[in-house]
Unconditional design. Structure first.
Lengths: 202, 188
């Protein structure tokens, strides 16, 4: 009888401490998680063996869609975004009102030429999310708006890093024109976003 | 007051016991749930980060006079890789005069193909420390080919490689080869 009582006491362990730890960790992970915002267009990056993860630095991203359109994703920092918009406005002779500036702070990625940017920012937020630009940001030998975005971002803060996310089927000449443009402004180090692939065992 | 106290004293044995049992909540399901959520958040945080590949471009010389003289790479110490359409890849170790249909070899973008070619060329090279891979994507290439070939550079540990435009004499042979192969397929 005594033995049975003893074992019964042993089976109920005090879980309070464990519970505390579990929920502490849970809170930590919930607070640190950043959910990925949905992309405007589906882009499937090519696979590579690189195991380096995208660093957390102030990052601007250029998305290249399968049909060769470019989207520019400015850094997250809201005040620096305003500075960037002002600089781009100055360059192209466009002034933005406060509503448009507020919209620019929240925008996910820009995929319109400068002359359509005002109209794009005037759209309601949910319409913006689903708006697929027919042209993307112009990037050719005469009209290098995409490069201007990068250049003006760098003039706001030279510490920005650039990541390029291209689709598997993006035509190489498009990518080449982007690289050439970046070389023109002497911005030579950046990252290509890839997806994970097993390392070959040899 | 006194009466209540007396009553409590009287029933101490049974009552206190039942109270003690009530305070003990079984935390096991709560902990289970907690850890389940932890697992979920841990995995989502680590997987949401995409992988990246470093890429450094050579600087553009500001004016032509400062341009360094074009470095001549010995043919045996280098290999040119042409990225063509439909994921086709060609390679050669020739110059403008000796390149023709036979010397422009075709291979595949996988372990048995291009990787072996690079490794063999490297082992054949006269000076392995100066072995250079020249990557020449044509306009028909897609971004994936480019990333794949940079990947091969990392796998074969070819640290010296350059990306450049295809030369006209290479383009002529390439187009001849691609066109020659594509034409019979189209007529089928």
């Amino acid at each position: 009888m005594a033995k049975v009582k003893m074992s019964r006491k042993m089976t109920s362990i005090d879980m309070t401490a464990m519970c505390d730890v579990a929920f502490l960790l849970l809170t930590f992970f919930i607070l640190t998680t950043q959910f990925k915002k949905p992309d405007v267009e589906q882009i499937k990056p090519p696979s590579s063996i690189s195991e380096k993860l995208l660093p957390d630095a102030s990052l601007m991203t250029i998305n290249a869609t399968p049909d060769g359109k470019f989207y520019f994703q400015p850094v997250e920092n809201a005040s620096e975004r305003i500075a960037l918009l002002d600089k781009m406005g100055q360059k192209y002779g466009i002034t933005f009102d406060n509503n448009q500036k507020a919209a620019f702070q929240k925008v996910q990625a820009i995929g319109v030429p400068m002359n359509q940017l005002k109209g794009y920012l005037d759209m309601p937020a949910d319409e913006q999310k689903n708006y697929k630009s027919p042209t993307g940001i112009p990037m050719d030998s005469t009209n290098k708006q995409l490069i201007d975005w990068v250049k003006e971002s760098l003039s706001v803060n030279p510490d920005y890093k650039l990541a390029i996310k291209g689709d598997v089927t993006t035509q190489y000449p498009k990518v080449k024109s982007l690289f050439e443009g970046l070389r023109d402004i002497d911005f030579l180090k950046f990252w290509l976003i890839t997806s994970q692939e097993g390392k070959p065992n040899e | 007051m006194a009466e209540v106290q007396v009553q409590e004293k009287g029933g101490k044995g049974g009552k206190v016991r039942s109270k003690k049992q009530n305070t003990r909540v079984d935390m096991t399901p709560m902990v289970d749930l907690g850890f389940l959520l932890i697992t979920f958040f841990m995995f989502t945080t680590t997987f949401s980060k995409p992988n990246v590949m470093d890429l450094g471009l050579p600087a553009k010389p500001k004016d032509e006079t400062k341009k360094p003289p074009p470095t001549e790479i010995k043919l045996s110490n280098s290999i040119s890789i042409l990225l063509g359409k439909n994921n086709r890849v060609f390679w050669h170790q020739q110059d403008a005069t000796s390149l023709n249909d036979q010397t422009l070899m075709e291979t595949t973008l996988d372990r048995e193909g291009i990787r072996k070619v690079i490794q063999q060329a490297k082992s054949r090279a006269a000076d392995q420390t100066k072995f250079t891979v020249i990557i020449k994507p044509t306009d028909d290439a897609i971004y994936k080919n480019f990333v794949d070939i940079l990947d091969e550079m990392a796998i074969t540990k070819s640290e010296q490689y350059g990306v450049t435009d295809i030369k006209p004499w290479e383009k002529a042979i390439y187009e001849k080869k691609v066109g020659g192969a594509a034409a019979p397929a189209a007529t089928k």
